[in-house]
Write a protein that binds this ligand. Structure first.
Ligand code: 5GP
Ligand code: MN
Length: 344
């Protein structure tokens, strides 16, 4: 809690208090559990405190988050651009959550860039861009949800954190830590979870809603990819999975169906670097995961127009799937030493 500077927390509280119109909360495009958990948790708290507040997401998000409190009031920019623009125009404070660069907003970037009210960033990624009036950014938090909860605890808004908000924050922490498997190096995460538990959250219910909510098609796609779309490079302690557009058609692919795939090869003995390439209409979406010190955000920044955290990063490449695989194979030797150093 002490990690975020008291002055910054005061400024945050002040900016919120001075909002008289409404507050808009914006996650990154293709929002994950942490992005949605953070905006919906804060949405509930601000609503309870009597503010007018609206979540505007750049794109839709996976159906296994469509049970969260307030999910049915989210405006999706890619589906309703005019309604989104109106929501921003009618507000006087915009809070960006769980991303560090405007490019993470996709087509919604110009709308936020030209926003005339005050802007706040709340995030836990390295190298935050300077695009808001106030930046609350700290990479030592497991998730944006943990960070915003800790910030709120130090403000008068703390009294408005109810069970629904706690449930959303827990969803963010649980998903960004892979159910407390990775990126939890700080005891604060468990202290926050203890507080959320005291607020009456049902952890089993939340876990089951997120992880036991897949379609049969998604399960079959996973089996198919593990059998037919995984290449292992034992000499580089690396595994790469890929999903073609054709595969997506075969298995009735829906947003989020590939979530978690990239983590699976890390349970192969000796594998510490895992890659997933998902073919899109115009580009390849890349996901990277690692164990130990090997920094996959460096790989993503240098070769895949992306970024992220040390052990979880992503990017996009405007190339064919074959060229993308070839690129990966060509760069593995460059990272060989760093990968080997990371093996414990
Ligand atoms: P995922 O593999 O789950 O899509 O993304 C993992 C992490 O990588 C995200 O939390 C985010 O920090 C980062 N990330 C994913 N895609 C991109 C991207 O296109 N650009 C940047 N800068 N970061 C990304
Ligand atoms: Mn996050």
């Amino acid at each position: 809690m002490e990690r975020v500077n008291t002055e910054i927390i005061k400024s945050f509280e002040q900016l919120v208090k001075t909002s008289v119109k409404s507050i808009v909360l914006v996650p990154h495009m293709n929002p994950d559990g942490d992005a949605m958990g953070s905006v919906l948790g804060l949405w509930r708290v601000l609503k309870n405190a009597g503010f007018k507040v609206q979540v505007v997401s750049p794109t839709k998000y996976p159906e296994f988050y469509h049970w969260m409190d307030g999910h049915d009031e989210v405006i999706i920019f890619s589906h309703h651009p005019k309604q989104s623009a109106r929501a921003l125009a009618e507000s006087d404070l915009l809070i960006c959550m769980d991303f560090n660069q405007l490019s993470r907003l996709g087509d919604m970037k110009p709308l936020v860039e030209s926003y005339e009210g005050k802007k706040i960033l709340i995030d836990h990624h390295p190298y935050p861009g300077n695009f808001t009036d106030l930046t609350i950014s700290d990479i030592t938090y497991s998730s944006t949800a943990e960070l915003i909860f800790s910030v709120l605890q130090s403000t008068e808004l703390a009294q408005y954190i109810d069970r629904d908000a706690a449930t959303s924050f827990f969803t963010g922490i649980m998903t960004d830590t892979g159910s407390f498997d990775f990126s939890v190096s700080n005891p604060n995460t468990f202290e926050v979870v203890a507080q959320l538990t005291r607020m009456g959250i049902d952890q089993q219910f939340i876990h089951s809603k997120v992880y036991d909510n897949y379609s049969a098609d998604r399960m079959r796609l996973m089996g198919f990819c593990l059998s037919n779309r995984m290449v292992v490079y034992p000499e580089f302690h690396t595994a790469c999975m890929y999903i073609t557009l054709e595969d997506q058609k075969t298995f009735n692919f829906k947003t989020g169906d590939n979530e978690g795939f990239v983590n699976m090869p890390l349970s192969i003995n000796g594998i510490i670097f895992s890659v997933l390439f998902t073919e899109k209409e115009k580009y390849i979406k890349a996901s990277f995961r690692s164990k130990g010190d090997f920094a996959v955000n460096e790989v993503s920044e240098k070769y895949f127009n992306g970024g992220g955290h040390r052990n979880a990063a992503g990017g996009e490449l405007y190339a064919s799937l074959a060229d993308t695989m070839a690129l990966l194979e060509s760069i593995l030797p460059e990272f060989d030493e760093r990968i080997k150093r990371s093996i414990k």
